[in-house]
Design a protein around this ligand. Structure first.
Ligand code: ADP
Ligand code: ADP
Length: 227
């Protein structure tokens, strides 16, 4: 479970995330939705400790993220950025192996994990493991980006507009694939999007943000839609 308590970020006189609190149950998908500039990415980066909060805190399974050492934090929280951030000069297998390598996993265990993930994301290991990112379609790169974030079995997966670069048909398939995979792995997910349809499709809970403030946090059925 992840608990976000009164998170606030100020840059000078501007408050870009304003006293935001919510909790995400184990295995649930929370979608943070709002227009550009609402503070979604900043919120995600504070959860990840890439941005230091001005106030408030984040607990992962009851533990304050500020107290978790850097490498343990990267192990426990997987992160998919916009555009996926794949290393262009590393193969698909090397990209997926990034965090397990940093954690010092044995070679055989890494190879088995890479193969398992490629299978899970329906990328034939024989065909894809040794390819480079530029040899993949957008949808394939997206799957490798998520596979890489999941490689070390994080407790929490953070995704910033993970489908934004995909065309509508591929996007819809990628969303369904994520749901299918998440049902199997039961990883807790916090996903950021500006697309309300995506929020309704994917979210067990939807956090609506506007100008830094959390306007609502509710299940899709309970969400009040205002004009
Ligand atoms: P979103 O992801 O919802 O588009 P962001 O979290 O990226 O929103 O940005 C929220 C607001 O905070 C924006 O107005 C942005 O310009 C501002 N902002 C983000 N990072 C910084 C920073 N490092 N310094 C100053 N302002 C920032
Ligand atoms: P995103 O791809 O999430 O929209 P942005 O374009 O908002 O990212 O921000 C890219 C980087 O620039 C981030 O590190 C963000 O913190 C920083 N940034 C965004 N807005 C500002 C700003 N107004 N002043 C300074 N830094 C900013």
């Amino acid at each position: 479970m992840i608990e976000i308590e009164r998170l606030t970020k100020r840059y000078g006189a501007t408050t870009v995330v304003d006293d935001v609190s919510f909790r995400v149950e184990e295995g649930a998908i929370a979608v943070v939705v709002g227009t550009s500039g609402a503070g979604k990415s900043t919120l995600l980066r504070m959860i990840n400790r890439l941005v230091a909060p001005s106030a408030g805190r984040v607990l992962v399974d009851g533990e304050d993220t500020m107290a978790i050492p850097e490498d343990a934090l990267r192990h426990r929280i997987g992160y998919v950025i916009q555009g996926y951030g794949l290393f262009p000069h590393r193969t698909v297998a090397e990209n997926i192996a990034t965090v397990p390598r940093l954690l010092g996993w044995e070679k055989r265990r890494i190879a088995a994990r890479v193969e398992e993930l490629l299978d899970l994301f329906q990328l034939d290991p024989g065909e894809f493991a040794q390819k480079f990112p530029h040899q993949l379609s957008g949808g394939q790169q997206q799957r490798v980006g998520v596979a890489r974030a999941l490689a070390a079995k994080p407790a929490l997966l953070l995704m910033d507009e993970p489908f934004g670069a995909l065309d509508p048909v591929i996007r819809s398939r990628a969303q369904d694939d994520l749901l299918a995979i998440q049902r199997r792995l039961r990883t807790t997910v916090v996903l950021v999007t500006h697309d309300m349809n995506e929020a309704f499709h994917l979210g067990d809970r939807i956090a609506v943000m506007d100008r830094g403030r959390l306007l609502q946090y509710a299940s899709p059925g309970e969400l009040l839609l205002r004009p």
